[in-house]
Ligand binder design. Structure first.
Ligand code: APR
Ligand code: PHB
Length: 383
């Protein structure tokens, strides 16, 4: 089989890239290791920056988002006895939208099927060949048939554990592993808050997020090697009530439908291009979820790359030649912001560290300049 762009990985980055290229008349083929059901079922963060919402709408993917997405003016920052609302809309005129990544993936999958763009799911042994010359990708398809796709360009959208990054010789890698993890909880209960609560607490960080008016999403800071079996539903609700509690406020509880421990790391690999191989999304970088940047950064990479590849097909290589450097400017901005939110809100170190965190929180909710810096980064810099 031959195509213009072969995309390894059909998560949000791969699916969106295929869609955007298709809008510009560029053919692509997706090659995904898992089944479509598996990809769609992944529970991930659900905050869309203003720029992401605009891009999805412009790409014809905003129908359900406009109905089911919940627009939030800002977030609540909290420490014991204190809860402060940071209003992004007042501060910088931009808001964010709560819309689960699984919903974005569902919309992207539906668009792919409607457009009839080819995708191989359950592809085994995906291997990249000759990425600096005439690239191809080989694999065994779901029927056990050996396949080869020849392409002008290969794009690695295969996440942190995919093979594409390994096809870049001598990459420069930066990594920070944090001394804590998140216990993620999904519960069938109406949120007890209008907008997200990020809470600093002596026992550890806690967050109150949501998926819909009837489904709440929570996170608790736990040890990196935490045994989830040690966390009964009662213990989870007690910890959430303690860490999220402020005078006069009650946390509503309900049936817990999912719980899992999520690792926390920062990771950046450069360059994001090698010959005719490009990387986008988690294949090139990982951010701790505290700043809700993972999906939004994947969207930014893909928006940039789709524009660059379209220009290259039309004979102008300036954008593809600048892709890695341009993408990495935003990657490092979002990596810093995610590290900053994570370091400010999670208990680690000694009491001196705790006092520094509380001073930073106090500054952020009392200084307009400090609050604007948080707002601009959280709501997202223009794409
Ligand atoms: N062959 C083919 N596909 C692969 C392989 C492989 N060897 N290895 C991984 N994949 C697929 C995965 O199954 C997954 O569907 O690549 C896809 C990568 O998708 P994501 O990990 O979701 O990464 P990305 O599309 O960049 O989206 C980033 O998703 O992981 C979250 O927090 C992250 O929100 C961010 C967003
Ligand atoms: C989520 O809803 O899963 C979520 C929201 C905000 C974050 C991280 C996760 O910063």
């Amino acid at each position: 089989m031959r195509t213009q762009v072969v995309i390894v990985g059909a998560g949000p980055a791969g699916l969106l890239l295929s869609h955007l290229l298709g809008l510009d008349g560029i053919d692509s083929v997706l090659v995904e290791r898992q089944t479509a059901e598996y990809v769609q079922a992944r529970i991930r963060a659900g905050i869309l920056e203003a720029g992401t919402v605009e891009l999805l709408r412009d790409a014809g993917l905003g129908a359900r988002l406009d109905v089911e997405g919940m627009e939030h003016r800002g977030i609540h920052l909290q420490w014991p006895e204190h809860r402060h609302h940071v209003d992004f809309a007042d501060l910088i005129g931009r808001s964010v939208t709560v819309y689960g990544q699984t919903e974005v993936t569902k919309d992207l999958m539906a668009a792919r099927e409607k457009a009839g763009r080819p995708a191989y799911y359950s592809a085994d042994g995906v291997t990249l060949h000759d990425v600096t010359g005439k690239p191809s990708v080989t694999f065994v398809d779901s029927d056990g048939k050996a396949r080869r796709i020849d392409a002008d360009v290969v794009v690695g959208c295969d996440g942190f554990h995919g093979p594409s990054r390994a096809s870049i010789p001598d990459p420069q890698v930066w990594e920070r592993t944090y001394p804590f993890a998140w216990l993620g909880v999904l519960a069938d209960v109406a949120p007890s808050t209008d907008e997200l609560i990020y809470a600093w607490h002596p026992d550890g960080f806690a967050m109150h997020s949501m998926r819909s008016p009837r489904v709440s999403r929570f996170y608790l800071q736990v040890a990196p090697d935490e045994d989830i079996a040690a966390w009964s539903d009662d213990r989870i609700w007690a910890a959430l009530s303690e860490r999220l509690g402020v005078p006069g406020w009650t946390l509503e509880t309900g049936p817990i439908t999912e719980k899992s421990v999520l690792p926390m790391r920062s990771f950046v690999a450069t360059p994001m291009r090698h010959g005719n191989l490009y990387l986008a999304g988690d294949a090139a970088h990982i951010v701790p979820p505290t700043g809700a940047k993972g999906l939004n950064l994947a969207v930014a990479d893909v928006a940039l790359l789709a524009r660059a590849l379209t220009a290259a097909v039309r004979g102008d290589d300036r954008l593809v030649d600048a892709y890695s450097e341009t993408a990495l400017r935003r990657v490092w901005r979002c990596t810093h912001f995610s590290w900053w939110m994570t370091s400010m809100l999670h208990r680690h170190g000694d009491d001196f560290d705790a006092r520094l965190q509380l001073a930073q929180l106090q500054r952020t909710v009392t200084s307009e300049a400090a609050a604007k810096e948080l707002a601009e980064n959280y709501a997202g810099l223009p794409l």
